[in-house]
Design a protein around this ligand. Structure first.
Ligand SMILES: Cc1cc2nc3c(=O)[nH]c(=O)nc-3n(C[C@H](O)[C@H](O)[C@H](O)COP(=O)(O)OP(=O)(O)OC[C@H]3O[C@@H](n4cnc5c(N)ncnc54)[C@H](O)[C@@H]3O)c2cc1C
Length: 386
């Protein structure tokens, strides 16, 4: 779509492993589960003159002959797709747990439909992982009357991302919703009828959903020679590279499968957020058409869980200072992170979207707000500068 918007008139072929046209994933763990809504189709390929090939999985890339090899859904038909330019947008794949039992995931529309069909009062549902997807699924499943147990390896939900202090604020939401949260519990294996836990425990379950994170879906690029580092390692213009080859190969990567150098945060990052999947393709399209645009966003993510809107903007490092904006004991709260030198690097908020929107601008401007003013929820974030 971005290419056509910028006037590209050449041929575009879109290869997709799924049997469906592209759709938005955020509703899958929200209204698709609770209300069965169909996520919006992202584009009208006929009107855009895009040749869309569903159930066509890229299995290898030959950079020197500029060909993508594919296999169809039934693995019976292999095809070759020659290209002048290639955009890799293969997203991410959920991590599976060991064990022979059936584990479900929540990544695709079909996954969400299957889960929606299962949710019923009394269903004993075990969810492995109290991350974003686990929390949203638990919200929907509990609302449907299921008996939900979430097992989490860390000491609190999202401890690895935000630390224990913030993570402990998420924990009571589970109990309020009637969800049993068991922290510091590791799954040893998924078995028929439940989860075997490290240390010998057993959690009986009718269904198990594994929500312990995703990995960039770049296995098919092994052997291509493309530089891979936590996904396809692209430059600031989202161009992939071949180590030792000076001339850029005309191959780009974007979305969950790509790691890019962030000028703003001074680190390479891979962002598994909808906002990146929506905005980065414009940069790719501009650069395919000869531009030199740079992708350097303030990452943004939201989650709707247990009746709350949680929003995180920016990226904080392990040494950044946590600053509370107001009282975290209130139902709506905001946490900020300041780097050495006082620059605002990230903000997490529950129920205060204005804080998020204003912080995003300060983070983009590399601003160093006055900590006392930032800590005062009576002062708008945008007015917190010294
Ligand atoms: C349930 C769920 C809820 C989410 N909620 C939120 C939210 O609330 N807020 C937020 O910011 N983000 C959310 N996200 C994250 C967001 O949806 C992703 O960041 C976004 O979908 C990434 O887009 P993408 O195009 O990079 O990858 P994907 O959306 O994963 O698309 C990649 C596509 O490539 C296909 N593919 C993979 N390998 C191949 C291959 N070899 N050949 C051909 N095709 C292939 C896949 O089948 C898939 O269709 C959520 C994600 C999920 C799963």
């Amino acid at each position: 779509m971005s290419l056509r918007e910028r006037g590209y008139a050449g041929r575009i072929t879109l290869l997709g492993a799924e049997g469906r046209a592209p759709y938005d994933r955020p509703p899958l763990s929200k209204k698709v589960l609770t209300e069965g809504i169909v996520p919006a189709l992202k584009a009208d390929f006929g009107a855009l003159d895009v040749e869309f090939r569903p159930e066509t999985e890229a299995v290898s890339l030959d950079v020197s002959s500029r060909v993508v090899m594919t296999v169809n859904g039934t693995k019976t038909n292999h095809e070759k797709y020659p290209f002048d330019g290639l955009v890799i947008a293969t997203g991410a794949t959920p991590v599976a747990l060991p064990g022979p039992g059936r584990q479900r995931f929540l990544r695709t529309y079909d996954d969400a439909l299957a889960l929606r069909g299962l949710l019923r009062p009394g269903l004993r549902l075990a969810v492995a992982g109290a991350g974003w997807i686990g929390a949203e699924l638990a919200t929907a499943a509990a609302a449907a009357g299921a008996e939900v147990t979430v097992v989490e390896a860390g000491p609190t939900p999202l401890a690895a991302v935000f630390g224990n202090q913030i993570g402990s604020l998420f924990a009571p939401w589970y109990a309020e919703a009637g969800v049993s949260l068991r922290t510091d519990v590791r799954v040893a294996s998924v078995e028929a009828g439940g989860l075997a836990l490290v240390g010998g425990g057993w959690l009986p379950a009718d269904e198990v959903v594994t929500a312990v994170g995703v990995r960039p879906a770049v296995g098919w690029l092994a052997g291509s020679g493309l530089l891979l580092d936590n996904g396809v390692a692209v430059d600031e213009g989202l161009r992939a590279s071949l180590p030792g080859v000076a001339e850029p190969p005309g191959i780009f990567a974007v979305g969950d499968c790509a790691s890019f150098p962030s000028g703003l945060f001074g680190t390479r990052m891979r962002v598994e957020h909808w906002d990146t999947a929506v905005h980065a393709p414009g940069v790719v399209a501009a650069n395919i058409l000869g531009g030199s645009e740079v992708y350097d966003p303030v990452p943004y993510f939201w989650s709707e869980q247990f009746g709350r809107m949680v929003q995180y903007v920016g990226r904080h490092g392990p040494d950044d200072r946590l600053l509370w904006r107001g009282d975290p004991a209130e139902p709506r709260w905001t946490a900020c992170w300041l780097a050495d030198g006082g620059r605002l690097t990230a903000l997490l908020t529950v129920g205060r979207p204005r804080d998020m929107a204003q912080a995003r601008k300060l983070i983009a401007a590399r601003a160093a707000p006055d900590p006392a003013r930032l800590a005062d929820p009576g002062i708008p974030v945008k007015n917190a500068l010294a």
